[in-house]
Design a protein around this ligand. Sequence first.
Ligand code: SAM
Ligand code: SF4
Length: 449
Amino acid sequence: MRPRRVYLETFGCQMNEHDSEKILDILNRVNYQATRTIHDADLILINTCTVREKPEHKVYGTLGRFRQLKENKKELILGVGGCLAQQEGDRLLERFPYLDFVVGTHNLHLLPDLVEDIRKTKGRRCETCFYDRAPSMEVIPLMGQRVRAYVTIMQGCDNFCSYCIVPMVRGPETSRPMARILAEVRVLTESGVREVTLLGQNVNSYGKGLKGEASFPALLKRVNEVGGIDRIRFTTSHPKDLSRELIRCFSDLPKLCEHFHLPFQSGSDRILKKMNRGYGREDYSEKVERLREACPSIAITADVLVGFPGETERDFQDTLDLIETIEFDSLFSFRFSKRKGTAAADLPNQIPEQVRRERLMILQGIQKKITRRKNREVEGRLERVLVEGRSRKHASEMMGRTRSNRIVNFPGDADLIGQEVLVRIEKGFANSLRGTSSLLGPVKKAVLV
Ligand code: SAM
Ligand code: SF4
């Protein structure tokens, strides 16, 4: 039978990217192949994000665009998945009468049945119930040859930061049993994966509710023992759950990459309290200091948001001050976006859009200079680069990542893909590094571990 074709559009974060990999894997098993052309598609699925207003509006725009397509091709099935699907459920079906189905964050495993049912009955479906453990946590997408892969270690979040919709759309925090995670890492190495990123909303609280000694540092130690894996990363962590034991892992575990993404959100204690973050500016700075003591070459990156309700000019200056004091290697910065159902949406003193925009621009200008300076500091050094594929900019060049998570483009051949090579860094730019060819050749495994 001719394979059916699915066009999948993904909005949002790494979590959603990984869910999209799982969706494709689930659909592949029932004879669907991915297509990049909408007009070829038998099934169109939009995997959505609702953390901020902008991606949410983009989804509505995208759905509007698909209306004509659906009218011209009656057998086409159109669905919405992800956080917006979870949040809006049936309301999406009401608002978009040509939409066939809505599938929530815990219901991806239902896709084959759901699509088949719609094809046969021409009915419409909405599946958004939460499970204790979403069955899709156990889906291992094996997608051809790739060097790096995400591995889900937990779902949901219990933190309820006052601005954030995630606990409502992803459900309570549940950790995946360690044996299953380790089994997945082993399967991935057999398919050629060399680097894993352990994924969860709050990875450093991993283990809650599991029996035995399941903590995040214990998990890292076990993954470090898996043969065939050269590099381990993780995201995202919460500063309140960053233990001394986790910090020690950076001096003890050779495969753990020298990079920590540790969102701070604000440099003002007053705002951190209103955000319900559970730590203060001093705690945060001290933890970064300890990380740098344990691992002097560690790159520190973070998330920050400006324009939280009631943020004064003074609070904003505190945030800028923290950025200049810590000197982050890079930052993901956002302006506060009011999310229906979160505590912060109802707080007084909402900050006008214009002020939020201006603050974000100022902050990004400051960080750009710091990032560029830090990238220039790498010039002249030899860096261990895991080669991922061809450079996006120049087809004759290769692209890889340093252990500190900096992207490096350098002249080289495709047979280097999957190998860790030593590259001399020639130039540091705002978002990447440029290297000369890896004259020293691949780094021998024996030297690495
Ligand atoms: N669990 C992670 C943590 O605690 O840092 C991050 C999850 S969240 C999907 C990613 C980032 O989006 C957050 O760190 C925060 O900076 C940003 N974010 C969350 N809610 C937001 C909102 N209402 N407006 C703007 N940015 C928001
Ligand atoms: Fe959202 Fe806070 Fe949970 Fe991160 S820790 S997902 S910011 S509620």
